[in-house]
Design a binder for this molecule. Structure first.
Ligand code: PLP
Length: 427
């Protein structure tokens, strides 16, 4: 469906029903497939033929939904994972392990930070974090001979920093490594990182893609352009025989367009599990069918609410990439010209106590540990995700005690603003 717009792919991409097939992608709620001969099964195990044998590795429902996400991002292959955390772990671990090094933006989701800074460190992988707006010299200095990839988020959660994808891609490529971009917040409706030079895109589909707070999931998309074979010494897992698969060389057998995802499926799904349940894939697909409509409203509501808050005398500060005057405004204008996302962060005069009063009085914006949902939700990190930190530690982490993260849903902007108005009046 390469000739169709993102809107059309949202609705009809991925699943192509044949004559008499169900119009909606069916849920293959089975673990196993039956074959007539052991020889046939053997060919599947040797990756000589494509087909399904066990849902821990692959399932047709998941593959149809992954194919839609690949089309949306303009990639050549994709896979679904059980969560966004699993997607980011698999994307990095597929090419980097013990003794290797990763360069990552410091403005990333806290779970991904923990994964790279702590859990993967225990696996022998080191990570250097750089400010996404660091100088070229600082970025250059972060690379080591054993660096295997660069990682960042298009729009960081919760910092709302916009990644200069072209700059980070150029730096990664100059060192012979790919750029992995977590595109959860804008989704391919508002930004397609592969078109700006990124090589691999990941998603927490739990957020806007699902959009209804119904299912946790993740996705990895390969752009199919990074030439692993130009650096076989850096990427032996893709360029040399895989002994655990009868010596298959992924780049030779599946080409640049298929090697990365086939290896992640054949090795990592096989050994680590983390497949998405077909039931959840079905739910994500329902979300994808309206993603183009919802993202436009989320982005519009985020901008309108940010503009309202910026003009309110009781609001101390506001951050939203599409808000004129925001530190990220220029990068957002380049990478996110149709809008950025529905997430706004702000602080009210009066600090922590004022934030608590405001949140308690919101009626539509309900308190939830979530973002990117059709229903507006709100979180006070100092009382939730960062509760263990005191005010000084919060300030050092760049998260003020007054910070409120508001995720604008797809309700009417006027109603969200009226809700904020009455809550602010009580602060
Ligand atoms: C940008 C980003 N990436 C990854 C994740 C992790 O995704 P999940 O919660 O689906 O594991 C999140 C979760 O909030 C996120 O915001």
């Amino acid at each position: 469906m390469a000739t169709h717009s993102v809107d059309t792919v949202c609705v009809q991409g991925g699943w192509r029903p044949g004559d008499g097939d169900p119009r909606q992608v069916p849920i293959y709620q089975n673990t196993t497939w039956k074959y007539d001969t052991s020889e046939h099964m053997g060919k599947l195990f040797d990756l000589e033929e494509s087909g399904y044998f066990y849902t821990r590795l692959a399932n047709p429902t998941n593959d149809a939904v992954a194919a839609k996400i690949a089309e949306l991002e303009g990639g050549t292959a994709a896979m679904l994972t059980s969560s966004g955390q699993a997607a980011n772990f698999f994307a990095v671990f597929n090419i980097a392990g013990a003794g290797d090094h990763v360069v990552a933006s410091s403005a990333i989701y806290g779970g991904t930070y923990n994964l790279l800074a702590h859990t993967m460190k225990r696996m022998g992988l080191e990570c250097t974090f750089v400010d996404p707006h660091c100088s070229d010299e600082e970025l250059e200095a972060a690379f080591r001979p054993n660096t295997k990839c660069v990682f960042g988020e298009t729009i960081a959660n919760p910092a709302l920093a916009v990644l200069d994808i072209e700059r980070f891609a150029a730096a990664a490529h100059a060192h012979g490594v790919p750029l992995i971009v977590d595109n959860t917040f804008p989704t391919p409706v508002l930004c397609r990182p592969l078109e700006w030079g990124a090589d691999i895109v990941t998603h927490s589909t739990t957020k806007y893609m699902d959009g209804h707070a119904a299912s946790v999931g993740g996705a990895i998309v390969d752009g199919g352009k990074f030439d692993w074979t130009a650096y076989p010494e850096k990427f032996p897992g893709l360029c040399l025989p895989d002994e655990s698969y009868h010596g298959v060389v992924y780049t030779e057998r599946f080409g640049l367009e298929g090697a990365f995802i086939t290896k992640a499926t054949a090795q990592l799904m096989r050994d680590l599990g983390s497949i998405q349940s077909p039931q959840n894939a079905f739910l994500i697909n329902l979300g994808l069918e309206s993603l183009h409509l919802r993202m436009a409203r989320h982005a519009e509501n985020g901008r309108k609410v940010a503009e309202y808050l910026a003009a309110h005398p009781r609001v101390a500060w506001v951050r939203h990439p599409s808000l004129e005057g925001d530190a990220e405004f220029e990068l957002a204008a380049k990478y996110l010209p149709q809008g950025s996302c529905g997430v706004v962060s702000f602080g009210v005069a009066g600090g922590r106590a004022a934030a608590e009063t405001l949140m308690k009085n919101l009626k539509l914006g309900q308190i939830a540990t979530h973002v990117a949902d059709a229903r507006t939700c709100v979180l006070h990190p100092a009382n939730a995700t960062h509760r263990q930190m005191n005010d000084a530690e919060l300030a050092a982490a760049g998260i003020g005690a007054d910070l409120i993260r508001l995720s604008c849903g797809i309700e009417a902007a006027d109603d969200l603003i009226a809700d904020l108005e009455q809550a602010l009046a009580q602060v």
